[in-house]
Design a protein around this ligand. Structure first.
Ligand code: AHG
Ligand code: MN
Ligand code: MN
Length: 337
C-alpha cells in the first residue's frame, strides 16, 4: 500500500514486485531517471548563479538554438542510462539520431528504449521560470541482444510501458505512470529524497483554465479560434469566461492543469503547419499521463496515443487536459472540418 511519506525509491520497489514485467530492469531504469533528475535539479537550481545560461552555440535538428542547460541535462540523462547499462537505446530531442547502447555483457537482455526531452521549456531558464524533463519508455520490438532499430522508437504511444516528467518548479517533483494511475513525488532538497506527495493524481473532469499561446491566434485553425472565443464568453452557470494561463513550459502548464482542471493546446498554425510539439518525447508521454489521470489527449480528431509515428522528431498538434474540455475543443474542431 502506498503511503504519503514513502520515498520514490521505496515506492518503485514496492510496486515493481507486483508489476507485470518483473525482471527488475524497469525499476533500475526508473531509479536511474530519479538519480539523473536530482543531478539536473541541482544544476537548474543554480542556473542564475553560474555562467551556464545562454545559447551553447549549437543548433539542434529542429533549427533551434540550444541552451547550455539543455546540453547538460541531455548529457546527464544519457550518461546515467548508458553507464548503468540499463536500456538498449535512447532517443532525445537534442540528438539528431537515436543512440544505440551496445552492452559489453554478451548475455545482456536490456529490452527497454527511452525517449526524452531532457529540458522542456528551455526558453524559460534565463528568466527563472519553471522548466521540466519529459520521458517515455517502451519495450523494444526487435529481438533482445541485437542493436536497436528505428522501429523500436517509432511505436504508437499506446504501447508505452511508463512515462513521466520532472518539474523543476517552486518545488521539484517527479510524476510518473506505469499504466496504473499517476503518482507525484516531491523532492525534499535538505535530504535529497523524493517523497510521495500526490498519490493517484487525476484531472478534474471539467476545468476553467485554458492554456494556449494566444499570440499565434491569427494563424490558428477556425475550430480552435471558435473554441478560444467559447472560453472567453460570459456564461455564469458554466463558469465562463475561463481563466487563461500559459507558462510556455509544457510540463508546468500540464502539471497545473492536472491539479486544477484545464486544457492545454498547441494547435497547427500557418507558422507550424504540423504543430510545434514533438509526438514521441513530448505529446505521447503527456497523453499517457493524461489518460492515466482520467484526462484526454488528441489533435482534435485522433487520439494522440493512436497516431502511428513515421519520424523520430515528428511534430503534431496537441490538445490535452480535462476530459470534458478536450471533448468540447474537439467538437469545435470537427465542426469546421
Ligand atoms: P523545448 O524547450 O523542449 O523546445 O519545448 C518548448 C515547448 C513547450 O514546452 C512549450 O509549451 C512550447 O514549446 C512553447 O512554445 P511557444 O513559445 O511557441 O508558445
Ligand atoms: Mn519540450
Ligand atoms: Mn527540450
Amino acid at each position: 500500500m502506498s503511503r504519503k511519506n514513502q520515498t520514490l525509491g521505496e515506492f518503485i520497489i514496492e510496486n515493481q514486485s507486483s508489476f507485470k514485467y518483473s525482471s527488475g530492469e524497469l525499476s533500475s531504469l526508473l531509479n536511474s531517471i530519479r538519480l539523473a533528475a536530482k543531478v539536473v535539479n541541482h544544476e537548474v537550481n543554480k542556473a542564475g548563479l553560474v555562467d551556464i545560461i545562454g545559447a551553447a552555440g549549437d543548433t539542434n535538428i529542429q533549427g533551434e538554438d540550444q541552451q547550455k542547460l539543455d546540453v547538460y541535462a541531455n548529457d546527464k540523462f544519457i550518461q546515467t542510462l548508458t553507464k548503468r547499462n540499463i536500456v538498449c537505446g535512447i532517443a532525445s530531442e537534442e540528438e539528431d539520431d537515436f543512440i544505440t547502447i551496445n552492452s559489453q555483457d554478451e548475455n545482456h537482455q536490456n529490452k527497454y528504449v527511452v525517449l526524452i526531452d531532457p529540458l522542456d521549456g528551455s526558453s524559460n531558464i534565463d528568466v527563472n521560470v519553471s522548466v521540466g524533463t519529459i520521458f517515455s519508455i517502451y519495450r523494444r520490438v526487435t529481438p533482445v541482444g541485437t542493436p536497436v532499430q528505428l522501429e523500436d522508437f517509432l511505436q504508437k504511444g499506446s504501447e508505452q510501458v511508463a512515462a513521466g516528467y520532472v518539474v523543476y518548479g517552486t518545488s521539484t517533483m517527479l510524476v510518473y505512470t506505469t499504466g496504473d494511475g499517476v503518482n507525484g513525488f516531491t523532492l525534499n532538497p535538505a535530504i535529497g529524497s523524493f517523497y510521495l506527495s500526490h498519490p493517484a493524481m487525476e484531472f478534474p473532469e471539467d476545468g476553467s483554465i485554458y492554456s494556449v499561446n494566444e499570440g499565434n491566434y491569427i494563424h490558428f485553425p477556425q475550430g480552435i479560434k471558435n473554441y478560444i472565443k467559447f472560453c472567453q464568453e460570459e456564461n455564469e452557470s458554466e463558469n465562463r469566461p475561463y481563466t487563461s494561463r500559459y507558462i510556455g513550459s509544457l510540463v508546468s502548464d500540464f502539471h497545473r492543469n492536472m491539479i486544477k482542471g484545464g486544457i492545454y493546446m498547441y494547435p497547427q498554425s500557418l507558422k507550424n503547419p504540423e504543430g510545434k510539439l514533438r509526438l514521441l518525447y513530448e505529446c505521447n508521454p503527456m497523453a499517457f499521463l493524461a489518460e492515466q489521470a482520467k484526462g484526454k489527449s488528441s489533435d482534435g480528431f485522433t487520439r494522440t496515443l493512436d497516431v502511428v509515428p513515421t519520424e523520430l522528431h515528428q511534430r503534431i498538434p496537441f490538445i490535452c487536459g480535462s476530459k470534458n474540455m478536450v471533448e468540447k475543443a474537439e467538437s469545435f474542431m470537427q465542426k469546421e472540418k
